[in-house]
Design a protein around this ligand. Structure first.
Ligand SMILES: [Mg+2]
Length: 234
């Protein structure tokens, strides 16, 4: 095997709940303001959050603005005048989302085993590389994988996958693997680039990560299982 690229958020650390807990609180809060739950979720995910992703990128910094905007946008669609105090309370529900995520059970131990046996690199997306590096440092990741083997990209496209594999001295092919929880950002771009992938499917996940697999792909429920597969020879 030439290279194993490993995702960070929701593959090695438990990021999703930090966001989903706060989104659930927002959705309940907006229901209490008289909006319809389905419409709330549609406006949040498909209108406001997808617009702000383009402007502010992946990371925690758009959550507060997106909470506020979801409320204001719902009012506009409904012909209601927004209440500024309610808008501020909506934004406040995102408080604390910037705290670093804890490691998933057994994930860093598995990463250590992997990095001891195979050429390993971390490949993660964020609009804010310094913030993302702090999150990685705070769980001790840099003691397992050196900084030179870590890449943060604004978005995990097929082109970005090819570039990062190249920077790690590998050409995407059957000996290059991507391991991650996101079909959209980890698995499909790797497959499209000609590499192989293991999908760590840990549950429902984030709205944005959902997509159809480009082709049938080995799937595990934890990163540690994915490492077992790679080390046993998939
Ligand atoms: Mg991820």
């Amino acid at each position: 095997m030439d290279l194993v690229l490993v995702d960070f958020d929701d593959t090695l650390v438990d990021t999703g709940p930090r966001f989903s807990k706060r989104r659930s609180r927002l959705f309940r809060f907006l229901e209490d303001q008289g909006f319809n739950r389905q419409e709330i979720e549609r406006v949040h995910h498909e209108v406001v959050d997808s617009e702000l992703l383009g402007l502010l990128g992946f990371g925690p910094f758009r959550l507060g603005p997106s909470f506020r905007d979801t409320y204001v946008r719902l009012c506009v669609f409904d012909g209601r005048t927004p209440d500024l105090a309610v808008a501020r309370r909506a934004e406040e529900l995102a408080r604390g989302v910037e705290q670093a995520s804890p490691p998933l059970p057994g994930a860093l131990e598995a990463l250590e085993r992997l990095a001891g046996e195979l050429p390993t690199a971390i490949y993660t997306q964020s609009g804010f590389p310094e913030y993302q590096l702090q999150c990685m440092a705070s769980v001790g990741l840099l003691e397992i994988v050196p900084r030179a083997r870590i890449r943060v990209t604004p978005e995990k496209t097929t082109a970005a996958f090819r570039r990062v594999a190249g920077e790690m001295g590998a050409r995407p092919g059957p000996d290059v693997w991507m391991v991650g929880n996101s079909v959209r950002s980890d698995v499909n771009p790797a497959l499209a680039a000609g590499a192989r992938a293991i999908w760590v499917n840990a549950g429902e996940g984030w709205h944005h990560d959902r997509a159809e697999l480009l082709r049938p792909t080995p799937t595990t429920s934890t990163f540690a299982e994915a490492v077992d597969r790679l080390l046993d020879g998939p």
